[in-house]
Design a protein around this ligand. Structure first.
Ligand SMILES: C[S@@+](CC[C@H](N)C(=O)[O-])C[C@H]1O[C@@H](n2cnc3c(N)ncnc32)[C@H](O)[C@@H]1O
Length: 241
């Protein structure tokens, strides 16, 4: 497979193994119009050892967090979802060179994947680090954190699973806080809405000294002297019919 990179450049990517081929997911069926579960895939079965816990990283960029964390947690499977083909291919190559059998990457919009493809209670952790802030108001709809996204996370996470978030961006953080206030507090206006428990962020096991997670963007922003916002939202133990 090769990806177009613009200006006539092509990048060759070996199929399968690390990169999830879209054939593995199959087409999104028309039935999703009436049954939102019709497109669900067994995400755990994308790995050789599907019985292991699954963690998903959204916007995995060049894959630095996955490389570091997956090496320390060989009994956990990691799916990185990255929509930029160039970063996806770069991260696949790094994972392949390290020989990490517990990491796969998917080139897709993670919010659409969670909404249409991910079944209930499939992931123990969802990582979202330095998500693009889309600062212009007309682009706010492109931000990953939205009400639908938090609803999907509450559904896709196992009971007690964690959505882990770090950002440097003050205004995007304020936006997140406004959303968390609806999803991490009992809301008498929406009594059926699942409620996350909001917790302080505990550093990733693979983070270096003075780091929270040790992603490329964290390291870049630390050098620039920026400060960070972070939290963990713990999923409720939802009763499902
Ligand atoms: C600012 S970078 C951060 C990368 C990495 N998490 C880090 O901290 O170094 C944000 C990444 O998220 C990706 N991204 C943004 N929205 C996405 C989405 N909806 N689905 C998948 N990837 C997304 C971007 O392409 C980019 O690589």
């Amino acid at each position: 497979m090769s990806f177009g990179l613009g200006r006539g450049r092509r990048l060759d990517v070996a199929p399968g193994v690390v990169g999830v081929e879209h054939d593995e997911l199959g087409p999104l069926p028309d039935e999703i119009l009436t049954d939102p579960r019709a497109g669900w895939v067994d995400v755990r079965a994308l790995f050789e050892t599907p019985e292991r816990p699954l963690e998903i990283e959204i916007g995995s960029g060049k894959g630095t967090f996955l490389l570091q964390q997956a090496a320390l947690a060989p009994d956990t499977n990691f799916l990185g979802i990255e929509w930029a083909q160039e970063f996806y291919a770069y991260a696949c190559d790094r994972v392949r060179r390290r020989g990490l059998a517990n990491v796969r990457l998917l080139n897709a919009d993670a919010t659409e994947f969670l909404h249409w493809r991910a079944p209930d209670q499939v992931a123990s952790v969802i990582h979202l680090y330095f998500s693009d802030p889309w600062p212009k108001k007309k682009h706010h709809k492109k931000r990953v954190v939205q009400d639908r996204f938090l609803s999907d996370c509450a559904r896709v996470l196992e009971p007690g699973g964690e959505l882990r978030i770090v950002t440097d961006h003050d205004e995007y953080w304020a936006w997140m806080e406004a959303h968390f206030a609806r999803w991490a507090a009992s809301d008498s206006a929406a009594p059926d809405r699942p409620t996350f428990e909001r917790l302080p962020f505990d550093r990733a096991q693979s983070a270096g000294a003075d780091e929270l997670v040790g992603t490329n963007f964290e390291r870049k922003f630390r050098v620039e002297g920026r400060s960070f916002h972070a939290c963990v939202l713990r999923a409720p133990g939802v009763e499902r019919g």
